[in-house]
Design a binder for this molecule. Structure first.
Ligand code: ADP
Ligand code: MG
Length: 335
């Protein structure tokens, strides 16, 4: 049986504006649409200046560089071989994608799009994918086939295509955060489609907090957050979703591709939320960890002081289980 489930956010965002605030700090909050999803911004500002228009224009300029779906964007031009000079959005994403690709042993690889397209969204084309097709596409997948020289993107194979979908959303949160900081704002939370960047301590001395879902018995069980985590100057991103996968012959497939094999990731890790110093890194590591699987990813996180993660897996009986890395302080809902 084959099923597709719509994306449901794993992270339930809870923004508490509790306690008394000093008179010179006012909470500003707004929501909007960007990158095919919803975003929300919260911050404390003396004059309660609303920066929504500025953030919307910033995201629109961002998309002119990094939108995979806009044929006129810089990334589309670079993919077609019509441009090779990165701009101020493309450059940092390319460099971080390169670093995380190397660190993760190729588990994260932003040149994976020919494979993503071959499988089709939701793996619609699955029946047409043959081992020969995968092999022919793997010839031009791999971040070792690209590099930056004299501020030019060099492709060792002209067919290499970039897809920053697993890193750009996090970077957009970082860019919005940097914009707010340029306006003197130090306490803020920017959330885009469940990935977020939170900085600073609120005027009442509390931290930004998010809710994490405890896996329910089945994917149809009601969604509820059960744990709370205080975010201290961190980016947080979630990849996969234990409610979003398709099943065939008792095997669950996620939408993440293993760049080494060219096939969708097939292990029992269904979702991972990563806590990192910035949202761009959290976003990319989340995808890398989905490829690595639970054991490798947990070892990777535990070896890094600056990283934490919350994993949801399924066991032999198909029941969901969760695991948090040792640095993550989960508070249960009832406390
Ligand atoms: P979400 O869309 O929920 O944020 P991800 O951050 O995991 O999920 O991004 C998924 C997208 O990342 C896919 O649609 C695909 O374009 C791309 N992708 C899939 N596998 C990889 C991979 N191994 N490395 C980098 N990008 C990937
Ligand atoms: Mg992501």
């Amino acid at each position: 049986m084959k099923k597709h489930f719509p994306a449901i956010l794993l992270l339930t965002l809870i923004v508490f504006s509790c306690g008394r605030k000093p008179a010179d700090q006012k909470l500003v909050q707004f929501k909007g649409v960007a990158f095919g999803t919803y975003y929300s911004v919260s911050y404390y500002e003396g004059e309660a200046v609303d920066y929504q228009e500025s953030i919307d224009s910033l995201f629109s300029v961002f998309n002119q560089s990094l939108s995979y779906y806009n044929p006129a964007s810089l990334i589309s031009q670079i993919n077609r071989g019509e441009a090779d000079q990165p701009d101020d959005f493309f450059r940092p994403v390319f460099i971080r994608a390169w670093e995380i690709s190397a660190e993760s042993g190729g588990a994260f690889d932003a040149t994976v799009s020919p494979l993503v397209n071959a499988w089709g969204f939701g793996f619609k084309n699955k029946e047409e994918v043959t081992p020969a097709l995968i092999d022919s596409l793997l010839e031009f997948v791999g971040f070792e086939k690209v590099y930056l020289a004299d501020d030019r993107i060099v492709k060792l194979d002209d067919r290499v295509q970039f897809d920053f979908n697993a890193i750009a959303k996090g970077y957009a949160a970082d860019v919005a955060g940097a914009f707010l900081e340029s306006k003197g704002i130090e306490v803020y939370l920017v959330e885009i489609g469940g990935d977020l960047l939170a900085r600073g301590v609120k005027p009442d001395g509390s931290h930004w907090r998010i809710g994490l879902e405890l896996p329910a018995e089945t994917m149809d069980s009601p969604q509820e957050w059960n744990y709370m985590v205080e975010i201290r100057d961190n980016g947080v991103a979630t990849s996969g979703n234990y409610r979003r996968y398709f099943e065939e012959n008792g095997q669950r497939y996620s939408h993440t591709i293993d760049p080494q094999t060219g096939y969708p990731v097939k292990h029992n890790l269904l979702s991972v939320s990563v806590f990192a110093p910035d949202a761009m890194s959290a976003d990319a590591y989340a995808t890398a960890f989905m490829v690595m699987g639970l054991d490798k990813a947990l070892a990777f996180v535990e070896a890094r002081e600056e990283l934490d993660a919350y994993f949801i897996s399924s066991n032999e009986e198909g029941e969901f289980t969760s695991l948090a890395s040792s640095g993550l302080s989960l508070k249960s809902k009832s406390n």
